[in-house]
Design a binder for this molecule. Sequence first.
Ligand code: SF4
Length: 380
Amino acid sequence: MMTVNQRRVTKPVYVGGVKVGGDADVTVQSMTKTDTRDVKATVRQIHELEEAGCEIIRSAVPDMEAAQAMAEIKKQISIPLIADIHFHYQLALECAAGGVDCLRLNPGNLRNEDQVREVVASAKERNIPIRIGVNFGSLPPVGGIGRTRGFSRHMDLVNRLPKAGEAQSGDYSVVDHMVATALWEISLLEQQDFEQIKISMKAFDVPTTVEAYRRLSEMVPYPLHLGITEAGTAKSGSIRTAVGLGVLLYEGIGDTIRVSLSDDSVEEVIAGYEILKSLNLRDKGAVMVACPSCGRADVDIRKLANDVDALLRGTDRNVKVAVMGCEVNGPGEAKDADVGIAAGAGRAIIFRKGEKVRVVPEAEMLTALMEEIEKTPSKA
Ligand code: SF4
């Protein structure tokens, strides 16, 4: 099996019990969409996400009531919990004290260095990492982050960036500013000998995002959380994210991912694993191959593929399953699949590695397919 380019070796951090970076698998995370103050609803959603394979969960903390709710949520879930903090450092302190496993800080709107230092001290005391979440839509003003650049351990690289005052020249791009923003906050954390850092560099524009991650990955050893921000609906957002993250992951960049969708968070997790499975980076449940249908099809392949897709969500077997529209070409075209179904007129062939094993009436084909899948040894 082909693999992606050598993964970039990063300095791992632990988010709760989940290792991010180093030699760890690329993890899949998501974010709750409930009101965090509603502990019951948030915990229920986290349990659903965990069931879908979510390995790390993040929740927004808009106010002190939400920050206090995080402590209660943490007690009722088993996957690591990240507090998503904007603007108010006190919320980060409250969440850290409440036992969250990681803090996400936005350097665009939490810029008071003394406040950041206080948060870092709290994270250090509790041995939890901080994600520096740079976001295209909420970058700090140019010139608002220059003061501490001189302390960065990556000074040689920082020096290559245009100075803040040069921004007006037109040479200082958005990517430059995203990178500079990340380096500014990294330097703040490093000043306190805090290295449990991971970083994200999200934008809606895919080339901007790819370039920002590429640049930063050459500069610092910390794990990278990949994502395309405000990507869109399940359909368009998954494609946009897959294109951006696919480029980076193929280059060996990225240690944990989140697919941001205007949809159920479970769809984010499913899309995340599909991206990783496409690059052979993770085995997680079945991979479905489905023919596009053509004039030879003996069945409504769209309906059949969707029915099989829904059934496969209920199995954790790491198998490749083919759904093909005709008996003539189906088994041969999908001989790579562990198990497959090829529809005929009123019946279906169930095959393994292209060889017929059963012929069943159409009404029984889904049951027969699932029986064969359950008999198939899982690859991992
Ligand atoms: Fe057409 Fe059959 Fe190939 Fe599907 S498997 S695309 S129906 S020839």
